[in-house]
Design a protein around this ligand. Sequence first.
Ligand code: SF4
Ligand code: SF4
Length: 246
Amino acid sequence: MARSPRAARRAARIRGLPADRAALRSAVAVARLPGHPAALTESARELLLAWLDANRDPHDAVIRQLSDGTAATRIGRALLDRSPEPPGLACAAGCAFCCILPGEDGGTITAAEARALHAALPPRPPETPWHPQACPALDPDTKLCRAYDARPMICRTYVSKDVAACEAIAGGEARPGTGTLAPQLAYVTAHALARAALGTGAPTYALARVARAATEGTPLEATLKAARHPPRNLDDERRRLARGLG
Ligand code: SF4
Ligand code: SF4
């Protein structure tokens, strides 16, 4: 049942969240990201405030969209759509060294992205992956993403001018020539700023764990619980990207 604006304000106050749109706007306007480059923070703040001003949803829905990464993802995707593609990229359909995910984690995604990825990956019988560490969303025969339309920002922004470098990186070598486009850093910064403004929430999740659990048929809530990062992950990720390590 939809809550009245008054009930929503009361619930927000109880949870320690900004109680109305004006309080939320003020919280975003003064939120800080210690150690983050000021220009990146201010640019993300401007985009977050513009998103807030254009949003006509009820207050508790707006809080939810900030916390689950809907806001950051929309900001990141809009920037990506507007960015010209860098010249000389080697990326092509079926080229999938970037979908070989070292370790258990596979990359940082928001709750909104985790839900979309889970919904796009119905349970499948066990299969032999193209590579032992390939993302579980990757089709081993075509080497195409089975969740292409729902793929998270990290997959949309990772590019390379050198397939050989991608193959070497997938094999554990450190090589230049690959990385994420600037909208990835803007999206991560916006999500971190949203969390700073809310004072809580805005969790992140491990891409590979979400994809694996979805294909194994694990229900959404259990998937999110198992794939959830500790809070420090988001700050580690924004710092890593800001150092140019994306
Ligand atoms: S990032 Fe590398 S592996 Fe991925 S599509 Fe581009 S060239 Fe291929
Ligand atoms: S979600 Fe799709 S694009 Fe992203 S790593 Fe997995 S297979 Fe590759």
